[in-house]
Design a protein. Structure first.
Length: 312
């Protein structure tokens, strides 16, 4: 199966009460871990590349890695998505070079500027058979090129969503309801709580329209503990509760972004391998352990959080 767009996948997800995992990719092992899990569990999947990933690996490598995964797993619908495209030029470059989905993130701009930029991207992408995600509201946290202080974050205003979607023509909308980028999403001692009431109101105003959640890693503590037990120092790393994500996935949310959890799993596998095998120096050995953790994390997300298993 060639790399696909998310249009039909989102329609099925919305009607079926599940979400599709959008997992960030940076290298071959991460691509392999994600797609091996998706194939075993018969789940569609979105592989997304951020600005940082494109700078690190080069878009050509990333596109070819995803094409290879699609060739090896022809039964799995795979979307190649640009995560947090900073401007029209970045989105255009990805449209022109093999991406089937792009996100334009002008959420930090005034509403009218966000509308104008998102509309321009949507018009170009649609003319080339590519779908577009945009964002209203601003998430806090740090991840790759995205850095927003907590006091600068703001929830999505449901009063704006209908106008935004109508004027821009985008295909899906990322909203801010309390998720956050990175592994340090919440202060210690607080109980993380997503604003599911905002999600419900957005869904009421945009019936049948695919909603996206960014910054949805749950920061599994078993991997944090492995990292810290093997030379790491991650203090107060806290993520989004998975039961709240599952509740969101059962409604209008069709795409849930996960990045930090994969980083933690990869790092935990590598750190532990070096402690357990101080004589090893073959990258295939320690990267293999990291890849196994990525696969396990993705499998868990697909089955227990997203509900996207056995959907192909």
């Amino acid at each position: 199966m060639p790399i696909v767009t998310s249009t039909e996948l989102f329609k099925k997800a919305y009607d079926g009460g599940y979400a599709i995992g959008a997992f960030n990719i940076n290298n071959m092992e991460i691509v392999q871990g994600i797609t091996d899990a998706a194939a075993e569990l018969k789940s569609p999947v979105i592989l997304q590349a951020s600005q940082g990933a494109r700078k690190y690996a080069n878009s050509v490598y990333l596109v070819k890695l995803v094409e290879a995964a699609s060739e090896l797993h022809p039964e799995v619908p795979i979307v190649l998505h640009l995560d947090h495209g900073a401007d029209y030029e970045t989105c255009k470059d990805c449209v022109d070079n093999g991406f089937t989905s792009v996100m334009i993130d002008a959420s930090s701009k005034p509403f009218e500027e966000n509308v104008a930029t998102s509309k321009k991207v949507a018009e170009y992408a649609h003319a080339h058979g590519v779908v577009v995600e945009a964002e209203l509201g601003t998430l806090s946290g740090i991840e790759d090129a995205v850095s927003v202080e907590a006091d600068k974050a703001m929830y999505t205003d449901p009063d704006q969503v209908e106008e935004f979607v109508k004027k821009t023509g985008v295909d899906s909308l990322a909203i801010a309801i309390g998720t956050s980028h990175g592994a340090y999403k919440f202060k210690p001692g607080t109980k993380p709580q997503l604003r599911l009431d905002i999600l419900a109101e957005v869904a009421r105003r945009l019936p049948g329209f695919p909603i996206v959640l960014h910054g949805s890693s749950s920061v599994p503590q078993e991997y944090v503990q492995i990292i810290n037990a093997n030379g790491g120092k991650l203090v107060d790393a806290i993520g989004v509760p998975e039961d709240q994500l599952r509740q969101a996935a059962s409604g209008a949310v069709c795409k849930i972004n996960i990045d930090s959890d994969l980083r933690l799993g990869m790092t935990a596998g590598i750190r532990k391998h070096f402690i357990d095998h101080p004589d090893h120096f073959d990258p295939r050995q320690y990267l293999g352990d990291g890849r196994a953790n990525v696969k396990a994390i993705v499998a868990h997300k697909i089955k227990d959080v997203l509900g996207s298993d056995n959907k192909i």
